[in-house]
Design a protein around this ligand. Structure first.
Ligand code: PMP
Ligand code: GLN
Length: 384
C-alpha cells in the first residue's frame, strides 16, 4: 500500500535486530539455529497445567498494574532467600512484559534528553536504541576480548555531571563473563555520592557455572539502594515466548518506573503470572538451572573442541563465544551468514554489539538446545 506521508525517519540508521535477521536466515536456509537465544526443548507440563487451571478458574481479567500479588510475593521471597534483600511486595517489585520492556521502561523513567548512560561493549542490542529513543546519549566502556572484564578506571573517566545511569549485565550476553564481588565494590565506589541510577540486567541470574555465585546488585545494600534489577522468567523456566519478567528496586525508584510502566503496558497476562507464582514455590526449579546448563555447556564445548574454533571462557549464560580465526578471515557478519548458508549452523556475529563495528572475529553460539541438536551442529562444524 502506498502512503502519501513523506517519512522523515526518527531512526534513519536503525536496522533490524540481529536476532530476527539470523533466525530468519536460519529458517530460510534450513540451518540449525544456534543464533537467537531460546531453548528448543519444552518447559515442564506442570507450568502449562497451572495456566490452564487459572484460566478455567476465571482468572482472566486485568492483573493489578504492578503485577499479581501472588507473583510479587514469590519474587520477593526468592530474592530475599538468594540475595538477602527483602523488597516490599507493594512498592518495590513490578512484573513486566519480559526484560526488554523492563529495560526500556527503566530508561524512559530516568533518562532525560541530553543525559548520558554508560554501557559496556559488547552491549546487548536493546539498550542503546532505548537510550536514544528518549533523547539520551550512550557512552561506551569496553569489555575487552578475550576475558571481557570491566576496566573501572576507564569507567571512572567516562563519568561526567551528565551521567544519569550505568547499565550492567551479569552474567553477560554475549560474552558469558561475570560481574564479580570485586567489580560490585568498584561500581559502588564509583557511584557513591552521585545521583547515578544503576540498571542491572540479571536475566541469566541462575545460569552460572563451576560453582560461581551470582553477585546480584540486590546482594549489595549500597548498590541495591540505587538500582533497578531486572530478571526474566523466559530464561529461567524455558519460556522465552511468554515475555514475562520483573524488576525490583527501592520504592522511590519503583514509583518512577511505574509512572512509565502503567502507560506502556499497564499490566501483564494474568493466568501466566498466577502459574509462575505456583511454579516458583519449588525453588529447585530455578536453583537446578546452573547444573542443567553446565552439562549442556560442557557437552557443546567438547563438540567444538574437535573443530578449528577456538573456545573462549563461558562462566555464565547459555552462550558460548568462539574465535574463528583458524577458519576464515572474513568479517564476522559475513562469516555468520556464510556459516548459516554453507555450513548449516546459524550464529550471532559479536561485532553487532559494538557501536563502531569493532570485530575480534568472534561468533556466539547458543547451547540452550537438546543434545541431538548440538550433536548435529557439532557434526557440521567438524567438517570445517
Ligand atoms: N537482556 C539480556 C541480556 C538478554 O539476553 C535478553 C534476552 N535474551 C533480554 C534482556 C530480554 O529478555 P526478555 O526476552 O525477557 O525480554
Ligand atoms: N536475548 C536473546 C539473545 O540474545 C534474543 C532476544 C530477542 O530476540 N530479542 O539471543
Amino acid at each position: 500500500m502506498q502512503t502519501p506521508i513523506r517519512i522523515d525517519s526518527r531512526f534513519p540508521h536503525m536496522g533490524t535486530t540481529i536476532f530476527t535477521v539470523m533466525s530468519r536466515l536460519a529458517a530460510e536456509c534450513g540451518a540449525i539455529n544456534l543464533s537467537q537465544g531460546f531453548p528448543d526443548f519444552q518447559a515442564e507440563p506442570a507450568l502449562f497445567d497451572a495456566v490452564h487451571r487459572h484460566m478455567l478458574a476465571g482468572r482472566n481479567q486485568y492483573a493489578p498494574m504492578a503485577g499479581m500479588p501472588e507473583l510479587r510475593q514469590a519474587i520477593v521471597d526468592k530474592v530475599a532467600a538468594l540475595y538477602g534483600a527483602r523488597f516490599d511486595v507493594e512498592s518495590e517489585v513490578t512484573v513486566t512484559a519480559g526484560a526488554t520492556q523492563a529495560i526500556f521502561t527503566a530508561i524512559a523513567a530516568f533518562v532525560r534528553p541530553g543525559d548520558e548512560v554508560i554501557v559496556f561493549e559488547p552491549v546487548y542490542d536493546s539498550y542503546v536504541p532505548a537510550i536514544e529513543t528518549v533523547g539520551g546519549t550512550a557512552v561506551y566502556a569496553q569489555l575487552k576480548f578475550p576475558d571481557y572484564a570491566p576496566d573501572w578506571e576507564q569507567v571512572r573517566r567516562l563519568v561526567t555531571p551528565r551521567t544519569r545511569m550505568i547499565i550492567v549485565n551479569s552474567p553477560h550476553n554475549p560474552t558469558g563473563s561475570l560481574v564479580t564481588a570485586v567489580d560490585r565494590e568498584k561500581l559502588a565506589e564509583l557511584v557513591r555520592g552521585t545521583d547515578i541510577v544503576v540498571l542491572s540486567d540479571e536475566v541469566y541470574e541462575h545460569i552460572l557455572f563451576d560453582g560461581e555465585r551470582h553477585a546480584s546488585l540486590c546482594g549489595h545494600p549500597e548498590l541495591a539502594a540505587r538500582s533497578i534489577v531486572v530478571s526474566s522468567f523466559g530464561k529461567t523456566y524455558h519460556i522465552t515466548g511468554w515475555k514475562i519478567g520483573y524488576v525490583v528496586g527501592p520504592a522511590a525508584l519503583m514509583a518512577e518506573f511505574r509512572k512509565v510502566h502503567q502507560f506502556n503496558v499497564f499490566t501483564v497476562h494474568t493466568p501466566s503470572q498466577l502459574a509462575l507464582a505456583d511454579y516458583m514455590q519449588d525453588a529447585s526449579r530455578h536453583l537446578g538451572l546452573a547444573a542443567f546448563y553446565q552439562e549442556k555447556r560442557d557437552f557443546f564445548r567438547d563438540l567444538l573442541a574437535a573443530t578449528p574454533f577456538e573456545l573462549l571462557p563461558c562462566r555464565g549464560t547459555y552462550f558460548q563465544l568462539a574465535s574463528y580465526k583458524a577458519v576464515s578471515d572474513l568479517p564476522d557478519r559475513t562469516f555468520a551468514e556464510w556459516m548459516t548458508r554453507e555450513v548449516g549452523v546459524a550464529v550471532i556475529p559479536v561485532s553487532v554489539f559494538h557501536a563502531d563495528g569493532h570485530d575480534d572475529r568472534v561468533v556466539r553460539f547458543c547451547f540452550a538446545k537438546q543434545e541431538e541438536t548440538l550433536r548435529a551442529a557439532g557434526e557440521r562444524l567438524r567438517r570445517l
